[in-house]
Design a protein around this ligand. Structure first.
Ligand code: 4NP
Length: 143
């Protein structure tokens, strides 16, 4: 799960998707395309909306996406088109590129950083819905 800063959207996406999948079957992680907040915990507003929905993301620590992530992960899901274009530029092979897609097909998870708690709730709901569909798909392919 990738966004810009890895403190608002992608930590939520990591926590939400993890909560819907069997821990021993899938590796879920998140990163940002920029290193502005490396080593910091998620934004308190993301921690808060996750906690209100029974998910603890407070232990996460921001990191920048690295080229090796293309090797480690089968799917790289980005929050917006800017993330998409940044990662496509980092991709070295067609296989790397083929792993990247928007978390929500043809739509974006808007950046809530300069927004208010209600924007974080909207972001949570958007990500939750997308992760439910994704978890259903992933689990049906494992069966
Ligand atoms: P995120 O939100 O990409 O969802 O983590 C942002 C976090 C920080 C900044 C921008 C967006 N920033 O400019 O520092």
């Amino acid at each position: 799960m990738v966004c810009l800063g890895n403190i608002c959207r992608s930590p939520l996406a990591e926590g939400i998707l993890k909560s819907k999948l069997a821990e021993d079957q899938f590796m879920v992680n998140s990163a940002g395309t920029e290193a502005y907040h490396t080593g910091k915990p998620p934004d308190p507003r993301s921690i808060d909306i996750a906690a209100k929905n029974g998910i603890d993301i407070s232990h996460q620590s921001a990191r920048k996406f690295v080229a090796d992530d293309f090797r480690k992960f089968d799917k790289i899901l980005v929050m917006d088109r800017s993330n998409l274009s940044n990662l496509k530029q980092m991709a070295l092979t067609e296989q790397d590129k083929s792993k990247i897609s928007l978390l929500i097909e043809n739509n974006e998870v808007p950046d809530p950083y300069y927004g208010n708690p209600d924007d974080f709730k909207k972001v949570f709901d958007l990500i939750d819905q997308a992760c439910q569909q994704l978890a259903d798909q992933l689990q049906s392919t494992k069966r």
